[in-house]
Design a protein around this ligand. Sequence first.
Ligand code: UD1
Length: 464
Amino acid sequence: MMGPVIGPGPEPVVPEGPGPDLLAANAPPASSPGHVTWGIEPTGPLRGDVRISGSKNAVTKLMVASLLADTPSVVTNAPRLGDVDITAGMLRSLGAGVEIDGDTVTVDPLSTTGSRIPISYTGLNRVPILMVGALLHRIGEAFVPLVGGDRIGARPVDFHVQALRQFGAEVELTDEGLEAKASRLRGAHFALPFPSVGATETVLMTAAVAEGRTILDNAAVEPEVVELALLLQRMGARIELQPDRRFVIEGVAHLEGATQRLGGDRIEAFSYLVAGLATGGKVRIFGCGQDRLVTAISTLQRMGARFEITDDHITAEADQLRPAAVQTSPHPGFMTDWQPPLVVLCTRAAGMSVIHETVFEDRLGYVDALRSMDAEVELFEQCLVGEACRFQESGSYHSALVRGGRDLRGAEVEMPDIRGAFAYVIAAAAAEGRSILHGVHHLERGYDQALAKFSDLGLRITPT
Ligand code: UD1
């Protein structure tokens, strides 16, 4: 029998975290930006090799999952990112031991006695909400401050809250964050109204050691979610991924620490391939499997890119780019985080491209700055490609028409969020004249050694 559907209902939505100023002020020292502004001198086509780092969107989740075990877990091929330092800081604040040695992160959960994430972590990223299930299992209560993350849509946590309640937790939302308590957590059967990555991760981690069986329908099946499920399985969890976005989890009493190597970051991989294409160059990426990039590759092929694909590298180049008609959607669709670089690429294609963002309703705000670089992009409230989406009546400008072919001009702009930040670097590299990009901390939160990697491709960047 189908369980209750977790729906928006009357559930209060946890408001967005504080704005960038407060984020910067609160950031622990390890993640504070080294350089906040980049001067970029276009140097022609970007060419060369890029070693792709482990996935940003998986590493922090694997660190949190370590809390569910009694012995240490180890994540290898971890990217060096602000988000890893922030998550390590949160885990340490609970008493867990965290060691970061190069690309290896070890989390020892044994000494975890705290249940409250300090308020100073308010708004830094989306990780605190994912800790609630593990803390309820370990300690029986949890406080997590308001979650943040990029300002790309409302980003409520109502699916998480309703899932936790169905596991039997008492959850209260306050002005400061979320308080939860549970003496026992029991498996449940539910369906997500939208296949949310974060909510699926909350359910997987909470269900792994809950009593009885959990069935989650309409789950997210992004490669990073599957990576978390694989770690949990290594730790002793009983998890099945069935057809039609269904996870079935039989709770176990106890998990042991495990070791896992992270897969390559498919967002970083796509972004560097596009950097090559947008500048008329040729980038070869190592360290991210083709299986994580299938839709990315087929989309770029439709735009005229030619690929060389082997077991250890992927190369893309193009003589002439064609326009695209693309709708973002949950995996295996075209990923929302690939959308900003794609829009920049569309400005380089001869003709009119159409983009429909269906995952985050405000993920096109960054195009204002592209316009100041002479990109011709118009935003629309309507759903312009594919089927009407959840945002059709929302009044949010979530579709874009891009007229390609016109030269971009360097400009002085402020980076808005992680993915928009990378898109601006690509635009600056493809433009005529110098650009000044402020807010490089956004980029550094999400891309491992971006300065070195772009420099290796020939781009002249002057950090100040
Ligand atoms: C994760 C990724 C992000 C990626 C996104 C979608 C991390 C740190 N971030 O974000 O890079 O763009 O997946 O692939 O892994 N929603 C609700 N209520 C909830 C939860 C989600 O309405 O409780 C909505 C969101 O507002 C959004 C959609 O569901 O419209 C998808 O969100 P979700 O998949 O949860 O994104 P994140 O996990 O935050």
